[in-house]
Design a binder for this molecule. Sequence first.
Ligand code: GDP
Ligand code: ZN
Length: 364
Amino acid sequence: MTSTSAPSTTLASYGWDQGWADAFAPHLADGLLPGRVVRVDRGQCDVVTADGTVRADTAFVTPHDPMRVVCTGDWVAVDPGGNPRYVRAYLPRRTAFVRSTSSKRSEAQILAANVDHAVVAVSLAVELDLGRVERFLALAWESGAQPVVVLTKADLVPDPVTLAHLVQDVETSAPGVPVLTVSALHGEGLDELVELVGSGTSVLLGQSGAGKSTLANALVGADVMDVRAARDIDGKGRHTTTTRNLLALPSGGVLIDTPGLRGVGLFDAEDGVGQVFSEIEELAERCRFHDCAHETEPGCAVRSAVDSGELPTRRLESYHKLMRENQWIVAKSDARLRADIRDDWRRKQAAGRAAGEAKRSGRL
Ligand code: GDP
Ligand code: ZN
């Protein structure tokens, strides 16, 4: 197969579909080669193409905006001639994981592109921290990917009733998110995960120790690992097989696993936070004030849902915490917003003082 003909099934196993083919058409007409970035390293990237993995320089597509830096998961157009080879363009991203201090500024760092499923690994070996789960879900929604929670190490919770309660707790904190339970040790629940990540591109998120590597190994399979080890021995392809951050899974689907993504926290995820707490956002539509903070405002539908027991207090507290945290992260690099928040805080303090004084002087 030549570089200008339609790409082979190799690319399909990396997620190439009709949509990408359509988007790539003008580049194909220019004689460029389609491929997916499996690794980026200081201005160079490894790209899987129908002709195998090639190394290409990203100088042409790396202007000053860090959001426009080629990243793992991008579909790119490589100039097949030339030495070095150059990436000439990348296709518009469907989704993106971004680490950023503010979406309005150019300090964002793009971590992975074109991710369909964000698998949030949560260990059942330690006490459930629902706030942490919500945080990862916010990040996932924000990227545009569909989150899924995988409760790992289920073998450590042998009592089925306890397990069912834990699953239910997570489900209440994750509207619209499938919750799976797996034990990599016993190989239980993996089929469902394999099926879910069997189409599209997935990433693994979660705290250190949550079981991500174990899941990755289970998904990638011993066969692939063996192949990689064998390649290492003869010294060939070490560069492209052992350090790539994007792998085609043997039973379909693609897995992206980068150090950057593993350490990611909550950044710039206000919309994502809203989606994690969709039931709160729905209630908020019935608050008397459209900018209700659900704190002390009269006619607050959210607080009355808490009072009636419809909404757990913990959910509202977690929502407030993530919203505040997110605001501060954004504000850190945005002086104007920071000033707004400070003024707002001062107003609230003053209002609180005035209310206190009024109360004391018997006017309320
Ligand atoms: P990561 O830091 O998220 O990549 O977590 P790891 O995959 O390295 O797993 C952390 C620890 O949990 C390791 O000691 C694993 O052996 C253990 N672990 C992973 N999956 C399971 C499981 O299904 N059952 C049990 N009992 N232990 C597990
Ligand atoms: Zn309200």
